[in-house]
Write a protein that binds this ligand. Sequence first.
Ligand SMILES: O=C([O-])[C@@H](O)[C@@H](O)[C@H](O)[C@@H](O)C(=O)[O-]
Ligand SMILES: [Mg+2]
Length: 421
Amino acid sequence: MIPTTITKVTVTPVAFVDPPLLNTVGVHQPYALRAIIQIETDGGLRGIGETYADTAHITRMEAAAEAIIGLDVFALNRIRDTIDNRIAQLTVTGGDGVAGMITTASTTDRVFSPFEVACLDIQGKALDRPVSDLLGGAVRDRVPFSAYLFYKWAGHPGAADDDWGEAIDPAGLIRQAHRMIDDYGFTAIKLKGGVFAPDEEVAAIKALHAEFPGIPLRLDPNAAWTVDTSVRVAAELDGIVEYLEDPTPGLDGMAEVAAEAKMPLATNMCVVAFDHLKPAVLKNSVSVVLSDHHYWGGLQRSRLLGGICDTFGMGLSMHSNSHLGISLAAMVHLAAATPNLTYACDTHWPWKTEDVVKPGALRFVDGAVPVPTGPGLGVEIDEAELERLNQQYLDCGIRDRDDTGYMQSIDPTFENTSPRW
Ligand SMILES: O=C([O-])[C@@H](O)[C@@H](O)[C@H](O)[C@@H](O)C(=O)[O-]
Ligand SMILES: [Mg+2]
């Protein structure tokens, strides 16, 4: 077989234009950051991965990149161990890349993930098989995603309006949902909440329900509500949402809400690492885990998570952050090879207008992405775009995602409190 020893690894930060999407910790900055990992091997095969790009995360990844030179791309356990040892020697802190919303994920899993994806890309190319085959084989040939609605301003302050326009009320959200469904064919809708008072967001969900009868809905305030507020909202939305996502902070708070709410509770905030699973199960805190290979340690460990969810009768779907095409390809292969994926996955895809991958490999058909069947991930870097988006990173001045700081630069009275209502 073609040799697959790692000879070179590069970490390239990029910035891509992002609209002013509102959430409970603030608002998206004008650019979202990602880091692109490229691995080269002695047999000439190359693989790619994608992850967050906060400064501390980049420092860890650069150290990891150096440490794995000379290892074989099939030796994933050894690669993870090497990365674990190497980053234990560093003193940097922070850098989760998710605006402080998910802080307790495993650092090793977060750093290992994009390297694992790049290695799997190379393994697939060496074996002439898609990544989904390396994960046990696809059980579906298309992966459904949901329309991810955000309250948003018409444009970033001081800049021209973007072509989505303003959405700060039900009418704006309905316009947004129509465009997303017309363009992508989504058959489920998620609303990012925690922005306005709960009653306003309940009214928005009810308006979406009336406009799109029969389409499964979800509301995610990112732990902006107290237990009492969450229980009240759950009663209001009974029969209307398929699940309520992270209404309140922590495993104990979620367990209290879960005991009262009729619908399932989902999370990408209080169960974000393997050691959260046992207490979550014992306390009955959640019934759906939103996996995310970027912090669950890559695709193989995400399948392990899927198995644990299956064992304990928990549902499984997929969380998203602002991302590019390499991440979407990885998410699609993983979702294809996860038998117990019980809901349409999240994606920020419709919000981006730039990418580092060549267009055409990934497309949405009736709200789902057909699973690539070629070798590896099935997406390729567009070198010119990678260089341009790296220059955009160098020029934009943003080095860490900071939704709260950006919001406070616009509204100095804004406070990031959880729970807020
Ligand atoms: O993009 C955002 O603003 C989201 O709020 C994101 O940061 C969350 O991590 C995520 O989408 C979620 O479901 O909580
Ligand atoms: Mg969420």
